[in-house]
Structure formats: structure tokens, C-alpha cells
Design a binder for this molecule. Structure first.
Ligand SMILES: NC(=O)c1ccc[n+]([C@@H]2O[C@H](COP(=O)([O-])OP(=O)(O)OC[C@H]3O[C@@H](n4cnc5c(N)ncnc54)[C@H](O)[C@@H]3O)[C@@H](O)[C@H]2O)c1
Length: 343
């Protein structure tokens, strides 16, 4: 597992903040899934900007290390509730914004935990929307590029309606996120909740878990390369993905949940630079100076052939586009892992 360290990624946090045309000073933000990869980066950015964060997590895939350091970053402006958001919650503290991230997100988790995933994105989304409704707060839902399924249009715009196998093993995630989006729009139309939906494409960065079920492709390859193990590619490596560095993603999410024109909108957030999984493995072997070689295992069912976002809407509505190249982002991940090795 990749641990969290105080101020280890302070340059990255500064990078996010310096590009934002607003601050969170005095804002009270509720983040579900705060002990996960993106939740922890969001919380740290908001606390650094002077906001107050109330974090909820049940440690399904998150870690205590992700929240431990936030108290010191936020000068006690951080509080934490250990709670499963798919269960009802009597939440009384006033908040200005609710960011609903709570959901297992690694494809390896789809097999053992499909019901938890569906509950987090349906019942959990309803519970989180209920809190936003009670307090008149803005609401950010973290949806996914997975709602496009095996897309047939590239780069894929928000208007593409998707090609999902409802009954397949990825259905629990894809369809739960689609239901979560529909719930957001229902609350937007019926209760005029100020909702904003992010369709997040593969995002990576320091602090992402590399272990077991939780290891998504970049931390897993990086961990294998750094330890001289074989790099496991599922399929023949010709499938493509587009990888967004975490500071770019967090800047996009903060813009989406703040900019007034984004009310009621769904926006793709990702880096449109598309590469094959084989090319990704080659980059990681090169950057880590590893002697590892690749081994090939069967592709899981319904693994998408291509993933590349059309980010025209994000460019126009949020004045956002990614700044960090894949090579630079991979080097930062590699450096952060080496730094931890030095501890
Ligand atoms: N990182 C990506 O590339 C990516 C891509 C698309 C969408 N997303 C979405 O962004 C969100 C955050 O993803 P991440 O990469 O940080 O994943 P993560 O697994 O690191 O974080 C998810 C967090 O949610 C918590 N959680 C899960 N179920 C919960 C529940 N019922 N109640 C309370 N807490 C719960 C987990 O313990 C974990 O801390 C997820 O909703 C995910 O679907 C992420």
C-alpha cells in the first residue's frame, strides 16, 4: 500500500491552488469517500485554501493514513465520520457543498463487491443528495467514463449515450453510476438542487493504492517495475486509455463544483492523450530503469477497447484542460514512491 505523508505532495497542492480563480476560504464542504485517493486530495486542497471539511468514509477501499494527516493540514478544520453512506444519516451541520465520491472504483473490486458498489452509488447518492437538499448546498457527483461502456465514438463527448453490458461483471459499476447521474438530475429537476456531474476518465498520482484488489493500472505497473517483478498486462496490450494526473483532475473537479455556469451540467474530466497499455508499460519500465518484462493474461470480459475523452465542454465551460504530461506525471509518482522508500 502507498502510505500518506504530511506535506509530501505540497508542490502538487500548490499547483492545484495557484490555477484556481477562487478560494474555499470560509466554505464548509462535506466529502464522502474522503479516505480514498481523490477524496483525500480534494480535502487537502480545500483545507489548504481555508475551507472546512467534514469527511465521511467506511474504509471499504480507503485507508486511515489518508485522513490522519488532514487534521494538521487543516488546523483542526477537518472532522471525520466513520459511516457507510448507503445507510441513512442524520447529518445536521450546515454545509455549502457536498462532494459524493464514496464508491469502490477498482475493476478488481467489481467481482467480490458488486452490491456494495451499487448501494454506494444509488442509496448513497440519495443520502448525499438529501444532505445537499436539507442545507441548500451545491452537489458534486463523481461519475465515470465507464458509463460509456464499449464506446463507438472517439473522442467520446458527453452527448454519447453509451454501450454498456448491463448483465456483465462491470454492470454493477457502470449501471450504478448511470443511476447516480439520473438521481442527480431528478433532484435537480424536482427539488432544484444545484448538481454538477463529473465523468472522470482514468486518473493517477501519488497516494493511489497499488496493493491487491485496489491496485489500478499505473500504481500496479509502477510497483511491479520498481520491485523487478513481471508487469501483468491483461489482453494483448493494444487496448487504449487516457491518463490524467491527479492535480489536473482535482483542479477540474473544484472548478466544476464552483463555477456558476456548471449548475445542472455533466462534464468529461480527463486527459485526451490516448496511449496503449503496452506503451504505458514501456514508459514505466523506462522511467523506473527497471529490468522487468511484461507477461500477458486474459482480458476480463467487457474491458473497453478504447477510452479517450472529448473535453471541449470542460475547456469552454470551466476554462480547464490538463497541464501535466504523462511522462511528467509518471516521474512524480515514481519520485514519491522512492521518497517513501527513503523514509
Ligand atoms: N480515480 C479514477 O480514475 C476514477 C475514475 C472514474 C471515476 N472515479 C470515481 O471517483 C470516486 C473516487 O475514486 P477513487 O479513485 O478516489 O477511489 P478510492 O477507492 O480510492 O476511494 C473511494 C473511497 O470511498 C470509500 N467508500 C466506498 N464505499 C463507501 C460507502 N458506502 N460509504 C462510505 N465510504 C465509502 C472508500 O473507503 C474509499 O475511501 C469514486 O466514486 C470513483 O467511482 C474515479
Amino acid at each position: 500500500m502507498i502510505p500518506y505523508k504530511n506535506n509530501q505532495n505540497r508542490d502538487d497542492i500548490d499547483q492545484i491552488i495557484k490555477h484556481l480563480p477562487f478560494s474555499f476560504d470560509g466554505q464548509r464542504v462535506l466529502i464522502t469517500g474522503v479516505a480514498g485517493f481523490l477524496g483525500s486530495w480534494l480535502a487537502e486542497s480545500i483545507l489548504t485554501m481555508g475551507g472546512t471539511v467534514i469527511g465521511i468514509d467506511n474504509f471499504a477501499s480507503g485507508t486511515i493514513q489518508a485522513v490522519e494527516h488532514l487534521k494538521s493540514v487543516g488546523n483542526d478544520q477537518f472532522t471525520f465520520l466513520n459511516h457507510d453512506i448507503s445507510k441513512s444519516i442524520d447529518f445536521v451541520s450546515p454545509v455549502d457543498c457536498v462532494m459524493h465520491l464514496a464508491s469502490r472504483a477498482s475493476p478488481f473490486e467489481f467481482v467480490p463487491y458488486p452490491i456494495q458498489i451499487m448501494k454506494s452509488n444509488t442509496l448513497g447518492t440519495m443520502n448525499a443528495l438529501g444532505i445537499a437538499k436539507r442545507h441548500g448546498a451545491r452537489f458534486l457527483f463523481t461519475s465515470t467514463s465507464e458509463i460509456y461502456g464499449e464506446a463507438q465514438l472517439f473522442p467520446t463527448p458527453e452527448t454519447y449515450r453509451g454501450n454498456v453490458n448491463v448483465l456483465g461483471i462491470r454492470g454493477c459499476y457502470d449501471e450504478a453510476k448511470r443511476a447516480g447521474e439520473a438521481l442527480c438530475m431528478a433532484y435537480f429537476r424536482q427539488h432544484e438542487i444545484d448538481v454538477r456531474i463529473a465523468r472522470i476518465f482514468n486518473t493517477y498520482g501519488p497516494r493511489m493504492r497499488a496493493d491487491g484488489l485496489y491496485g489500478r493500472v499505473i500504481p500496479r505497473f509502477m510497483d511491479q517495475a520498481l520491485h523487478g517483478k513481471s508487469i501483468t498486462i491483461f489482453g494483448d496490450g493494444t487496448q487504449t486509455r487516457s491518463f490524467c494526473y491527479v492535480t489536473d483532475q482535482i483542479e477540474g473537479l473544484l472548478r466544476l463544483c464552483t463555477i456558476p455556469a456548471a449548475r445542472g451540467e455533466v462534464v468529461n474530466l480527463g486527459n485526451p492523450m490516448e496511449i496503449t497499455i503496452q506503451e504505458l508499460a514501456d514508459h514505466i519500465i523506462h522511467i523506473t530503469h527497471s529490468k522487468s518484462s511484461c507477461v500477458f493474461e486474459p482480458l476480463p470480459p467487457d474491458d473497453p477497447t478504447r477510452r479517450v475523452p472529448d473535453i471541449t465542454k470542460a475547456r469552454e465551460l470551466l476554462e480547464w484542460s490538463p497541464r501535466i504530461s504523462l511522462k511528467s506525471g509518471l516521474r512524480r509518482v515514481c519520485d514519491s514512491l522512492k521518497f517513501q522508500g527513503d523514509e
